[in-house]
Design a protein. Structure first.
Length: 192
């Protein structure tokens, strides 16, 4: 976004997730962008589980939920966007049992994601597409993209003030099909 002077209206407000001064992983960035607070997350994958990586994932999601509650309390129009590494429900993954032991689908991780919604955050992709499959990730293995055997692990959570301004949301699936593309497709929202 640009101001009328052609300069960027981005002010970085936070470069790390609060709650653990010893956590040195770069997984959280927050900035004010033209009147909207945008938090970008890259949650831990958590595999293999059980184990220390999964414990770290759950602790990190708990810290994110704590910080998100403070953002909610501030009433600032906020988007929390990025790779949460959580498949929220069985409707967010193609019919399979091959992921059953993966950290992305474990009940504890799903409960941590559900807590955001319980606390008032809106899942923008589900707001736009409440009933149809909407995947953001397709593994490179076993021709999963061509078979549309995907997962939804990238999310855009919006605060109540932005939920009222949500015009549309989606996933640019075609980008995932290009040569050399990431295994994730961009997810996006449009606000009025």
């Amino acid at each position: 976004m640009r101001s009328s002077h052609g300069k960027s209206d981005i002010i970085v407000t936070r470069r790390r997730l609060p709650g653990d001064p010893h956590d040195d992983q770069s997984r959280y960035l927050e900035a004010a962008v033209s009147g909207v607070l945008v938090a970008c997350v890259y949650a831990p994958n958590g595999n293999p589980q059980p184990g220390p990586k999964f414990d770290y994932k759950l602790a990190w999601l708990k810290r994110l939920n704590t910080h998100a509650a403070k953002l909610m309390k501030s009433r600032a129009p906020t988007v929390i966007a990025g790779d949460f590494n959580v498949v929220p429900t069985s409707s967010d993954i193609y019919p399979t049992k091959s992921w059953d032991k993966d950290a992305l689908v474990q009940p504890q991780a799903r409960a941590a994601f559900a807590k955001f919604l319980k606390n008032g955050w809106a899942d923008a992709l589900r707001e736009a597409y409440p009933d149809e499959p909407m995947y953001t990730f397709w593994s490179y293995w076993r021709n999963r993209f061509d078979r549309d055997a995907g997962l939804r692990i990238d999310h855009l959570l919006v605060s109540p003030t932005l939920r009222q301004r949500l015009v549309s949301a989606g996933v640019d699936r075609a980008i995932r099909g290009k040569p050399g593309a990431s295994d994730h497709a961009p997810a996006w929202i449009v606000l009025k």
